[in-house]
Design a protein. Structure first.
Length: 295
């Protein structure tokens, strides 16, 4: 059976009625199952996860973009997380019986549909990118929604699909294909966001840290504390335990402690088992030793 996962991030984390309407648009698509969603009021963002057969997933992803454009006005949006649009980012992930190449083609078809039918500019990223400088989502988001309103008019920021101007309410959207990643946040016992930003610079690949790590330092309004928000793009290359220990070590240089960490959305079991093996110092541990895996 061919199974594709889609993890759209849309720019609403506070209005529950809007969040539910967007998710209901996915639930209405036959052949798709919603697995999880997580909303963050400070980031003002929701991460949704659903799976299904390729064409059903493409249809559901289109409906996310359509409904988000209808219900979210980016001119009124404020939040801690970088974003360029209402349906900010829509990645497609091969899970079973589907190659990355098939997900790339699916992403490009989806991007074309969103651009032509909804009039929203679309940028292809990661494995679906048509230009090397657009593989990295951070480069696509450069300047965020506000900055892209002018930058989109320049030749180097022309979208892959759709008009070369921002949608009046929905902004733009990044559509891509990628392997599974882990959205992982580490909370600090300080309100000095500059410390979180310095730690983020020390671990992210674009600043000379781990190649498969993306990270930012933000201030969480609800707690008044700083957070290092991280995308672990390849947990097999850099484990969650290594990320945690590196952030802990860097924070210690500033006299700051970690108060806790959180995973946003779903996470591969193997990523957590790697962390367990690290901290328990397990020797020769195999994934097949997990009872639920054998069942």
């Amino acid at each position: 059976m061919k199974i594709v996962e889609c993890v759209p991030n849309f720019s609403e984390g506070r209005r529950k009625d809007v969040i539910e309407k967007i998710i209901d648009a996915v639930r209405a698509v036959e052949g798709v199952k919603v697995l999880d969603y997580s909303s963050d009021p400070s980031h003002n963002r929701t991460v949704l996860t659903f799976v299904g057969e390729p064409m059903a997933v493409k249809e559901a992803a289109f409906r996310v973009a359509e409904k988000a454009a209808e219900l979210i006005d980016m001119e009124q949006h404020q939040g801690e997380h970088p974003r360029i649009g209402a349906a900010d980012v829509i990645p497609l992930i091969p899970i079973s019986g589907v190659s990355m190449e098939e997900c790339v083609e699916l992403a490009r078809e989806l991007g074309r549909d969103i651009g032509e039918k909804l009039g929203i500019p679309v940028y292809l990223y990661e494995e679906a990118a048509t230009r090397p400088d657009r593989k990295n989502l951070a480069h696509v988001r450069r300047g965020e929604y506000e900055g892209l309103k002018e930058a989109i008019k320049t030749p180097e920021r022309q979208p892959d699909f759709g008009p070369a101007q921002m949608h009046p309410k929905a902004g733009a959207v990044a559509v891509g294909a990628r392997p599974p990643l882990v959205a992982y946040n580490i909370n600090l016992d300080t309100d000095k966001v500059e410390i979180a930003k310095a730690i983020a610079r020390s671990i992210r690949g674009s600043s000379g840290g781990y190649p498969s790590i993306k990270a930012l330092g933000v201030l969480i309004e609800e707690t008044g504390k700083a957070q290092v928000t991280i995308n672990v793009c390849n947990y097999k290359e850099v484990s969650l335990a290594r990320v945690f220990e590196t952030v802990k070590s860097e924070a210690g240089r500033y006299g700051v402690n970690i108060t806790g960490s959180e995973i946003v959305g779903l996470v591969p079991m193997e990523a957590l088992l790697d962390a367990a093996a690290f901290y328990l110092r397990l020797e020769g541990f195999q994934l097949e030793q997990v009872l639920e895996k054998r069942l």
